[in-house]
Design a protein around this ligand. Structure first.
Ligand code: X8Z
Ligand code: ZN
Length: 652
């Protein structure tokens, strides 16, 4: 089993182990030379072995999660030592256990569910490494995470004020500043403070995680990560989905570029080139909703933003999460327990400690301890993130009674999708009015609806090529087709090809820009978010239909983007029945429960955004906006000195 404490932990530590041997039984079974299905007695013994293994493994996962939480919420040297010590001890013993499982004829078990549990135990993750290598791996990831989480930069034009952290300062600056020079400063400095620092560590990380993958019989770690989806040619399916959604992205991209040109002028934003990464309202240009204020289709209509009312009404982190909790309970799903409220960290502590601020939800594998750690800010973005994280918690609670190996999402994308499905309802104008976060006189005419769809598109559609690029880059790195001397320029090639985005300044291989993103340095697989973005619209559509809030035969009155499943027990019960499955069945079975479909399908997303797509096409034609993009004028070269050479006046 691979450690999967939460959806933002370094994946892959093996913790399955037993203090007392459950071996005699097992070796008797292993000794059999039969090739047919296990007999009744053998099967009985296999089940006993499995039960013991499950219990012991969950105890170790619990200890692992506690040690990891202690470190992530207080990044001290002592907490790191304690964490690595615990994980290492567990990994060593788990490896011994793994050898027994390997020798065990579990493939001959006829019962699908029991065999599936064994097959999950049989994947060891990075715990397969030699003790020294394993510790090296954990230390390398921890070092990268430490660099990232403690990174600070100086203020623009205030070189002696150097205490700006990503959360909240830089995130807010990127959202709200409209000074291109200040934005450029923050963009460059964050990359100096993170990517550049972790650059020397990354090839070592790649080597170790690949070594572990090979010991687990994969060609490399890309194959290992993709195997989580139990689907032939999964990467090919992602590419197909992207091709289906790309026309919508292209129209959005073209429209946004025109709006950026109006805002910043054609010196900074070219007519047909890629979009400048620092002007999109987000550190990684992964979502663009923070530029809606100046780019919205109908500027005369006030934008539906809950932030103002949240602040006015004195919302704090606690109240935000209580609101999210009440949405789940309105669907007849579970409320979080008392211990959630006492153990979670919902606000950035101001006692001077360093911690991992990137939002995460944790399962402690004892069936009752579930927590969130989030440096919550009071705004509509974090209202959505709170629902996202509570979606993880709801999943944990729903599958807590499954046998240990099935206490995970049907696939990683499912886990990411649940809270987002809630947020799709919560963010509708009707819902925000209902809960008093939008003024009652907010209009809901077609223009207001287009403004609304535009904001959601800046979150969801803009995200797609970024979500794809991060792991397309890592798959190529793990496979060896992107080598360390090309890390940065190949990253920008992918960003250019997929996102049509360019850096604000020339780059070189001395920079390491992809590592300015949390998931890259923390070794969290990322294609899950692309998958989530697609399938959440499939789930939304089916749940809305069950809730009677969407009618495919009458989309004029009940379109997908206006549906709110609030208080629908029917929708909640249907969702709950899928969540309860955990990973006990391959994901198409789980998907079928809700949608009747067995495949990822972009049709839901495309239907949701169709009114906007039609509008964008007309608008872009009208304004003559260039759809697509030409090559970038920004260079990416091997060393910085090469850039200076070309830049210097003597060579001009
Ligand atoms: O990391 C997250 C969540 C926790 S699983 C806050 N997200 C991705 C990101 O921040 O890059 C949610 C959307 C994409
Ligand atoms: Zn998540």
């Amino acid at each position: 089993m691979m450690l999967r404490l939460c959806f933002l932990m370094a994946v892959g530590s093996q913790l399955a182990l037993a203090e007392e041997p459950a071996v005699e039984v097992q070796s008797e079974v292993a000794a059999t030379t039969e090739t047919g299905p296990l007999t009744g007695l053998e099967l009985q013994r296999a089940k006993e072995f499995l039960e013991r293994l499950n219990n012991e493994t969950s105890v170790w996962y619990n200890r692992g999660a506690l040690a990891q939480w202690a470190y992530d919420s207080n990044l001290t040297a002592a907490n790191l030592v304690a964490k690595i010590h615990m994980l290492s001890e567990a990994a060593a013993a788990g490896k011994a256990k793994w050898a027994e499982i390997q020798a065990f004829p579990w493939q001959r078990i006829g019962d699908d569910e029991i065999r599936r549990q064994f097959s999950k135990h049989a994947r060891l993750g990075v715990g397969v490494l030699e003790k020294k290598d394993y510790e090296d791996y954990e230390n390398t990831v921890a070092n990268m995470q430490q660099e990232y989480s403690t990174a600070r930069i100086c203020e623009y034009k205030e070189a002696d004020k150097c205490d700006l952290a990503l959360e909240p300062h830089l995130t807010e600056l990127l959202m709200s500043s409209r000074d291109p020079e200040e934005l450029k400063h923050v963009w460059i400095e964050w990359r100096k403070a993170t990517g550049e620092k972790v650059k020397p560590l990354y090839p070592k990380y790649v080597d170790l995680i690949n070594r572990a993958a090979r010991l687990n019989n994969y060609t490399d770690n890309a194959a290992s990560w993709l195997d989580d989806y139990e689907t032939d040619n999964f990467a090919g399916q992602i590419e197909n989905l992207w091709q289906q959604m790309r026309p919508l992205y292209l129209e959005l991209h073209a429209y946004v570029r025109n709006q950026l040109r109006e805002k910043y002028g054609d010196q900074i934003v070219s007519r047909d080139g890629p979009l400048p990464a620092h002007l999109l309202g987000n550190m990684w240009a992964q979502t663009w909703e923070h530029i809606a204020d100046f780019s919205t289709p109908y500027p005369g209509k006030k934008l539906p933003d809950a932030t103002e009312n949240m602040v006015k009404q004195g919302y704090d982190a606690n109240r935000i999460f209580h609101l999210a909790d009440s949405f789940f309970t309105s669907l007849n799903l579970s409320a979080v327990s008392e211990s959630f409220w006492t153990n979670s960290i919902l606000e950035k502590p101001n006692d001077g400690r360093e911690l991992v601020c990137h939002a995460s939800a944790w399962d402690f594998y004892d069936g009752k301890d579930f927590r969130i750690k989030q440096c919550t800010r009071v705004n509509s973005e974090d209202l959505s993130t709170a629902h996202h994280e509570m979606g993880h918690i709801q999943y944990y609670m729903q599958y807590k009674d499954q046998p240990f190996p099935f206490r995970e999402g049907a696939n990683p994308g499912f886990h990411e999708a649940i809270g987002d499905v809630m947020a799709l309802s919560v963010s509708t104008l009707q819902h925000l009015k209902k809960i008093n976060l939008l003024d009652q006189d907010t209009q809901e005419d077609p223009e207001a609806m287009l403004n609304y769809l535009y904001i959601i598109a800046l979150q969801k559609v803009a995200f797609l090529p970024f979500g794809y690029a991060v792991d397309k880059w890592r798959w190529n790195v793990f496979r060896g087709s992107i080598t360390p001397d090309k890390y940065n320029c190949d990253w920008w090639k992918l960003v250019h090809e997929l996102q049509g985005v360019e850096p604000p300044v020339d780059r070189s291989e001395e920079d390491f820009d992809v590592a300015s993103k949390y998931h890259v340095i923390a070794s969290v697989e990322y294609i899950r978010y692309f998958v989530s973005t697609v399938i959440q619209f499939q789930f939304h559509k089916s749940l809305c239909q069950v809730a009677g809030q969407y009618d495919p035969a009458d989309i004029a009155h009940k379109p997908l983007h206006q549906c709110d499943i609030y208080q629908s027990k029917e929708a909640g019960n249907l969702l709950g029945s899928m969540l309860k499955l955990g990973s006990s069945k391959p994901w198409p079975d789980a998907m079928e429960v809700i949608t009747g479909q067995r495949e990822m399908d972009a049709a839901g997303l495309l239907e949701y955004f169709n009114p906007l797509y039609e509008w964008l096409k007309v608008k872009n034609k009208e304004t003559g906006a260039h759809v697509g993009w030409t090559s970038t004028s920004k260079r990416c070269v091997q060393t910085r000195s090469q850039l200076q050479l070309v830049d210097s006046p003597s060579t001009a």
